[in-house]
Design a protein around this ligand. Sequence first.
Ligand code: SAM
Length: 232
Amino acid sequence: PALHIQRHQFVVDFVRGKKPKKVVDLGCGECKLLKKLRFHHEIEMLVGVDINEAKIKRYMHGLAPISTDYLQPSFDWLSIELYKGSVTQRDARFKGFDLATAIEIIEHLTPADVEHFSAVVFGYMRPGAVVISTPNSDFNPLLPGLSGFRDRDHKFEWSRAEFRSWALRVCSEYGYEVEFTGVGEALHGHHDSVGFCSQIGVFYRLTASYPPNTLGDDEDVFSYTLLYHINY
Ligand code: SAM
């Protein structure tokens, strides 16, 4: 299957295994991952945020239940909310989640904004787990015809070592631990030398309330705009 499908399938498998109740997708884009996750009955709350309001508005109606969904007794209660907002800014409604996903988004941020992202996600939202995927530049020589980055909007593409050093720093700063994996394997035994096409870090929070008030205030901030809300 295509790489973007493999990335979303990785999250679906993670949800099947860990059964988070509240899930937030950061940089939800066309809402494709949210559309897959809404069929997982252990999830009670599904939230997405993206900076691109037009994109959300174009795709959000695909999250509405089709009439037969209501007839399925196994749909208990699911609330879906979509926001316009930037992952570099705090919003108190995004605290208290079991899982946050950031699939192919950090490489769209400037290095300064990656720092804001780290502080907001790991320091403020503090979800129980975080799944982050980003291109692995060690793999790029295997991509035919590629010169430069995989996408014109990418601000960087990290090697496995660069991703690792960022992730480990985040863990020690904010009290998480991380496991490295990925999707998209090289053929012909290249794997050990180049790794996965998309690298993935799975972060787990170590302590509920560390560090206190990282961002220096107790006040709840609401910087995102609700665009869509539906209850199944
Ligand atoms: N996560 C989706 C997926 O897996 O298909 C979309 C990935 S797309 C390559 C990157 C997304 O990140 C875009 O929808 C873009 O609008 C969004 N984005 C970029 N910068 C952002 C920011 N600062 N805050 C929130 N979303 C952002």
